[in-house]
Design a protein around this ligand. Structure first.
Ligand code: AMP
Length: 190
């Protein structure tokens, strides 16, 4: 099964994707997590990533396209994958679309977790206290929300229009377990 999960920062898409990954035994491809782990390498790329990510801006499309396409082609993703955090820009969307067509891979389900802006801000402020994530600091929260609204929302609209039968909206304000059980119900229907 091949899924994409969308949602604003703080919507809990990582949490839902992890639960789903163990439920379906398919890898969770979180581009945010992959990039955070690349920051530990202490090379030039790591420094570049740190600088971009700590300000809440997006890393270049070329880097993301290469990372994701390699992962999708890997053996681990043969039975499927859950994409979390990608595609996030029009260039990434176009790249992924063409890549999947060329590789004859179909998407099965697209999920979108919805959250109002006040909840997004509150959750990111809370998360910055707990996880100590650099990009959850007050200065960058606004940049991340603006970037999401301008770059990523149009991508979600594209998928909603292109794949109405496999596109599902979920209320991200609910408890973690309620959202997960709604997702599982959707999986059963598809
Ligand atoms: P996330 O954990 O998904 O919120 O991602 C954390 C940060 O990683 C983002 O604010 C971006 O700087 C970077 N990032 C993650 N995914 C992407 C992507 N698809 N395109 C560009 N930058 C990304």
């Amino acid at each position: 099964m091949r899924l994409i999960i969308f949602g604003p920062p703080g919507a809990g898409k990582g949490t839902q994707a992890k639960l789903l990954s163990s439920h379906l035994s398919i890898p969770h491809l979180s581009t945010g997590e992959i990039l955070r782990s690349k920051q530990q390498d202490k090379d030039n790329l790591a420094l570049k990533l740190k600088k971009i990510m700590s300000t809440g801006q997006l890393v270049s499309d070329e880097i993301l396209n290469e990372i994701v396409s390699k992962k999708i082609l890997s053996n681990k993703c043969k039975k499927g994958f859950i994409l979390d955090g990608y595609p996030r820009t029009l260039k990434q969307l176009n790249y992924l679309d063409l890549f999947l067509v060329n590789k004859k891979v179909n998407l099965d389900i697209i999920l979108n977790l919805q959250l109002n802006e006040e909840t997004i801000e509150n959750r990111l402020v809370e998360r910055s206290k707990i996880e100590n994530r650099e990009d959850d600091s007050n200065d960058t929260i606004l940049t991340r929300i603006i970037t999401y609204n301008t770059e990523t929302r149009p991508i979600i609209e594209f998928y909603k229009r292109k794949y109405p039968k496999i596109f599902f909206e979920l209320n991200g304000e609910q408890k973690i377990e309620n959202i997960q059980s709604e997702i599982i119900k959707i999986l059963r229907k598809c």
